[in-house]
Design a protein around this ligand. Structure first.
Ligand SMILES: [Fe+2]
Ligand SMILES: [Fe+2]
Length: 222
């Protein structure tokens, strides 16, 4: 469990890279000719991307990093899942690279597209796992509904319009950015980024699953 929660999600890190992307867009806007169409579109684009991190950082509700900590600690029985020794760089490799690209990558359209792919994936993943987590956690004897819902709040906060809303903001952000550059959004390229994201995420989960199996087998031997 510690390996799973250390490597699965850390919204605090994700929010940081979205903030970096927003700052880069504002910087680009400030470098443009004052009151030009390009400047206005870049400001709009930055405002759209900022909407995505508002929610993760808890500006409009609970801080998602804290909710994740509560969930992971409840599942692991303590906060030892935070220890560095549970980190698996080969599992988080793709996401780490994607986030670094948001912070420093040269092609801003590419950066926006990989963020879009992430939001779309998030919507699907949370929608899929919410009932499974509920069912799994419901099997723990003696756990009342109130406590269960409190621990699972991280999951519930991301279903419904949360991640699909992020996707909508990201789409608007991309459209504004493309207008600023005077280009048409390449939706085919976006489709490719989505496919890459899903493929790489599947590889990450396979690696995590294989490592967890080995750890379980070793624990059984000991
Ligand atoms: Fe979040
Ligand atoms: Fe999101």
């Amino acid at each position: 469990m510690c390996q799973f929660f250390k490597n699965w999600r850390n919204p605090a890190v994700g929010a940081g890279s979205f903030c970096a992307l927003t700052c880069r867009l504002f910087e680009e806007a400030c470098e443009c000719e004052r009151d030009s169409v390009a400047q206005r579109e870049l400001f709009f684009s930055a405002a759209c991307i900022a909407e995505v991190s508002n929610e993760d950082m808890g500006l409009l509700g609970p801080n998602h990093g804290e909710l994740y900590e509560e969930l992971a600690t409840a599942f692991c029985g303590s906060d030892k899942w935070k220890l560095q020794r549970y980190g698996l760089p080969m599992v988080t490799e793709y996401l780490t690279e994607a986030r670094e690209y948001l912070e420093r990558g040269k092609d801003m359209i590419y950066a926006l597209m990989i963020s879009l792919a992430e939001e779309l994936y998030n919507h699907g993943e949370f929608t899929y796992i919410a009932p499974l987590f509920k069912k799994w956690y419901g099997r723990i004897p003696g756990l009342d509904v109130h406590t269960r819902n409190r621990y699972l709040r991280f999951i519930f906060e991301h279903v419904g319009g949360t991640e699909s809303g992020h996707f909508a903001y990201m789409t608007q952000g991309l459209i504004h950015y493309c207008r600023a550059c005077g280009v048409t959004p390449d939706w085919e390229a976006l489709g490719q980024r989505n496919q890459e994201y899903i493929r790489e995420t599947a590889i990450s989960f396979d690696r995590l699953c294989a490592t967890m199996k080995v750890s379980n087998e070793q624990a059984e031997v000991v």
